[in-house]
Each structure stands twice: as C-alpha cells, then as structure tokens.
Ligand binder design. Structure first.
Ligand SMILES: Nc1nc2c(ncn2[C@@H]2O[C@H](COP(=O)(O)OP(=O)(O)OP(=O)(O)O)[C@@H](O)[C@H]2O)c(=O)[nH]1
Ligand SMILES: [Mg+2]
Length: 488
C-alpha cells in the first residue's frame, strides 16, 4: 500500500507556528529579550552563498565544507509512526535546511514499508520527485535519512540534481557554526568520517572498471605508482583524521586542567543540555546576563560556553551551555563531540531544557536522553526545565509535569519561573558541609570574599581585630582557614 502527501509552497519551518501548512510562515523576529545578540549578523552573512553548486557535483570531489545549499526539495520515506510523527520529522528537516541557509520549496513524503534499497524513494515516487524539482526550479534534494552511497548516486541519476542526506546537512550546519579551534576540529573529524566510506563506494566501482586487484586498495601491490586517486585521498584523509584526533585529545587535556582547578576549589558546576532550539542559551543568558548567541536557528551554539553564576544566597557556580541535540544525531558527530559532551557527565547538576511549545516535547526528551546515555552521562542529577511557557499549551505543560516529576516550568522570554529556577539550582547544588567560626583580620578581605562566594555564611560581625564569620564551607576552604578558626 502506498499513499503519500506532499508539502509544497514556502515553508518557514523555524517559525513559532506548529503546523506545516501551505500558507508559509512568518519568522518570529522578536527574540531581542534573550540577551545580547552576538554575531548574529555575521552568521546571517554566512547564510546564503549565491551562485554556488547549482550543477550536479559529486560531494567527494569538492572540498566538503564548501557545500552550500540553495533551493531545496525535501524527500522522506515514512515507514513507522503516525502521520503527525512524519509531519514533525519533515518540519524538522525543513528547519535544518533553512538553518543551513537554503530555501525550502517543497516536500515529498512517501508511505512505504521500507525505503527502496536502490533509490530510497520507490521508482515511481522518485520520478515524481524529479517533476517537482523541475517545477520548483530546485537545485538540491535533501533526504530525511542517512543514505547509502549507492542510494544517493542512484537517486541523483533520477532527479538530475544534487542529492544530500540528513547527516550531510547537519554536518554542514555544524561546519558553518563552529568557531573555536576545538569545535572546528571536531566538526572536521566528523565530516571526514562521514566522507571515508563514501569514498570507498566510489573506489570500488573504479577498481571494478580497472579490472585488476592492484587498484582495489588491498595488499602491498596496491601502493606506490599504481595507486589510484581514491586511495591517495583515502590515505590523506586517514592521516588527517589521526592528526585531528590527537589535537582534540590535547585540547581536552587543557579543558580538563581548567575543570580540575574549578573542582579543587569546589566550585559546583551546572550543565545545560537539551534539544536544539529549546532555549538553552536564552536560559543561560537569563541566569548570568552573559551575551551568548541566541538565534531561532538550529545548532546556534556549538562551542561550549562556561559562565560564572551565583545562587540566590551568593554561592558561586559554573554554568555550561552545550551543543544542542537532535533526533538521530549523526553518530560521527556524537563521536567527535564526545569529549565536549562528557562535560555533562562531570556536572553536579543537569538542567535538561525542553521546548514546551514543540509539537513533540516527549520525543525531544527521549532523543536527548539517548545521546546522554551514549556518552555515559546518565548519573547526573537531572531537572527537566520546561521552557517557552509563554507560548506552550498549558495542557501539554501539565502532561509533561505529570511524567517528569523533577521538573520546573519557565519562560526565558518573559522571565516567568526564573526566580524559582535560581532557587532550585541553589537547593540542588551540593552544600558545603564543614561549619567553621573564624576571625578574619581586616587585611584578609580576600578570605571574606571567598567565604561568601564558596560558603554558606550564617553570621558575620565586625569586631575590633577583624570580621567574625560563622559559615559552612567545603573542606578545602576550611583547610585554608584553619589558622583563623576560633571555635569549630
Ligand atoms: N516564546 C519563547 N521563545 C523562546 C524562549 N526561550 C527561547 N526562545 C526562542 O527560541 C529560540 C532558540 O533559543 P536559543 O536560546 O538559541 O536555543 P538553544 O537551545 O540555545 O539553541 P541551539 O544553541 O541552537 O541548540 C530563539 O529564537 C529564542 O528567542 C521562551 O521562553 N519563549
Ligand atoms: Mg544555544
């Protein structure tokens, strides 16, 4: 049984509306409440690169990162789940495509038990897709899956324009957004890992043509003068992969050292994680006043940002923003970003942000938990932060609260619930547990500050010789104060 429905007309999938209809959406531009809009323009400038790659090209032949999409038609095979799931998935793909800088012209969904092993869509549907591509004047087809190299090529032969898959699309967004040296290295590693098996597919057909074992890439005889271009490429890529791995490892060591010193000072850490576009950076900005890029785009944040913040009672903690998660995050990316994601595992508290106004918030929560499990970050104390309460359906919020007992409802936009969130963070973070009473001479104002930042000050009094403070502190600070202790 084959049924389908197509989505046509301009879709602005990143708008707040929750239906994917034909009228086209208006982008919500009113995002200026969520802190300073850093480098938004700069990034917008990246969005559309005109005149590039309108002709059919083999992605293995071009510098991968130059891949820029323009006028795209989406294609998806819907195998399981409800029509709503299929719609959500299509809407997400459209949002991803728009984030990558392309214009989504139409979408085609085919209901089918399994994707066609040869061309992903069935033969007839693929031909129909070709007609849509011509009618819309599209230059790229994006498939909602990770295609086998042969599928991609076969489908390209039918539709006669470039075909890319969801994985390549996400990799492209990451490549556009990576800023730090570490982020760039991680993305490049993921891209090369994606590329490698795709080179092989091509290499195999080449060697069959050559008809000789020498070109097949196996055995000693295949190296040296008889080496094909593909093998050279593969070897170059492997060398590069090894180098990137080493670099990423070194950068992780630097980060570990920094984190180590925060740990030694017993500065508690909070990690913010969640589905992409859930509002993680907006919440970080609300909590710290830091100007972290907030954008109605997927994967706005790629580089981990660690900020200082204070609990209501003045204790210092660190707050880390993380890269957004997405359903079926390409495994190459999970691998490459493992070292960054592991920071979540080290945190004292995880704020798991979910967009309460999303059509499938439960799906977002489980997608995020799947990635967290993948990087062994499931032991951290987790609070579900249901965000966007200003626009979410109250019934959906109530439903989420019923299922997620340890949750809190906020709106980074209106500020609703943010005081409660601050209070909750204060409660959830480990409390210092050594009670001390010290007399700090006036010359040691630094110690008084440390007491306030790191400890729970219970009482503080100015006396002739100095400030008398009674406080609960962690063991390290207690040791530093040992000489000043009057009563324990
Ligand atoms: N209506 C509403 N919109 C919000 C709220 N919080 C964030 N947004 C919007 O949601 C979009 C995404 O916000 P970000 O803070 O960039 O989300 P993020 O989770 O950091 O996204 P990535 O870094 O891309 O994974 C922006 O357009 C925000 O203005 C909220 O409470 N209500
Ligand atoms: Mg962000």
């Amino acid at each position: 049984m084959t049924s389908n429905h197509s989505i046509s007309g301009r879709a602005n999938a990143l708008a707040d509306d929750t239906t994917f209809d034909e009228s086209g959406f208006v982008l919500d531009d009113d995002a200026s409440f969520d802190g300073d809009q850093l480098d938004r323009e700069e990034r917008a400038a990246l969005r559309r690169v005109g005149g590039l790659s309108t002709e059919l090209e083999d992605v293995t032949e071009v510098e991968y990162r130059q891949l820029r999409l323009e006028r795209v038609v989406l294609a998806s095979v819907w195998c399981e789940g409800t029509a709503e799931d299929a719609d959500n998935s299509m809407r997400e793909l459209a949002a991803l495509a728009e984030t990558a800088g392309s214009e989504v012209l139409a979408g085609l969904v085919q209901r089918r038990a399994n994707p066609d092993p040869a061309t992903y869509l069935g033969k007839g549907k693929a031909a129909e897709l070709r007609d849509i591509v011509i009618a819309e004047g599209a230059d790229t087809v994006v498939c909602d899956t990770e295609l086998a190299p042969s599928q991609r090529r076969a489908l390209e032969d039918v539709v006669k324009v470039k075909v890319i898959d969801r994985t390549a699309l996400i990799l492209d967004i990451f490549a556009q957004h990576a800023k730090s040296r570490e982020g760039k290295a991680q993305v490049e590693l993921a891209q090369l890992q994606y590329l490698l098996p795709r080179l092989r597919g091509w290499g195999e057909s080449m060697s069959r043509q050559a008809g000789g074992q020498a070109a097949g890439g196996q055995g000693m005889g295949s190296r040296g003068p008889g080496e094909t271009k593909i093998e050279l490429d593969r070897r170059r890529i492997n060398t590069r992969i090894a180098k990137l791995r080493r670099e990423i490892k070194e950068m992780k060591t630097v980060r570990d050292t920094k984190r180590g010193s925060r740990k030694a000072n017993a500065v508690p850490s909070v990690a913010i994680a969640g589905y992409t576009n859930a509002g993680k950076s907006s919440i970080l900005n609300r909590l710290t006043g830091a100007g972290v890029l907030v954008e109605n785009a997927l994967f706005a944040t790629l580089d981990p940002t660690v900020r200082k913040a204070e609990t209501l009672d003045g204790r210092l903690y660190t707050l880390a923003d993380t890269v957004g998660f997405v359903r079926a995050l390409p495994h190459q990316l999970v691998e490459a970003f493992r070292s960054t994601l592991e920071e979540v595992a080290e945190a004292d508290l995880l704020l798991h942000v979910v967009d309460g106004s999303h059509p499938d918030p439960e799906g977002q929560i489980s997608a995020v938990r799947a990635v967290l499990a993948d990087v062994d970050a499931t032991d951290v104390r987790e609070v579900i932060v249901i965000n966007k309460a200003d626009v979410a359906d109250p019934e959906v919020i109530a439903r989420l609260q019923r299922h997620e007992k340890h949750s809190i409802v906020v709106s980074a936009r209106s500020g609703e619930g943010m005081e409660e969130l601050r209070a909750l963070i204060g409660e959830e973070l480990p409390h210092p547990d050594v009670e001390v009473e010290v007399l700090v001479p006036y010359s040691r104002g630094d110690l008084v500050s440390r007491l306030h930042e790191q400890g729970d000050v219970l009482e503080s009094r100015h006396e002739a010789e100095g400030t008398r403070v009674r406080a609960r502190v962690h063991a390290n600070l207690a040791a530093d104060l040992a000489d000043l202790v009057t009563t324990a």
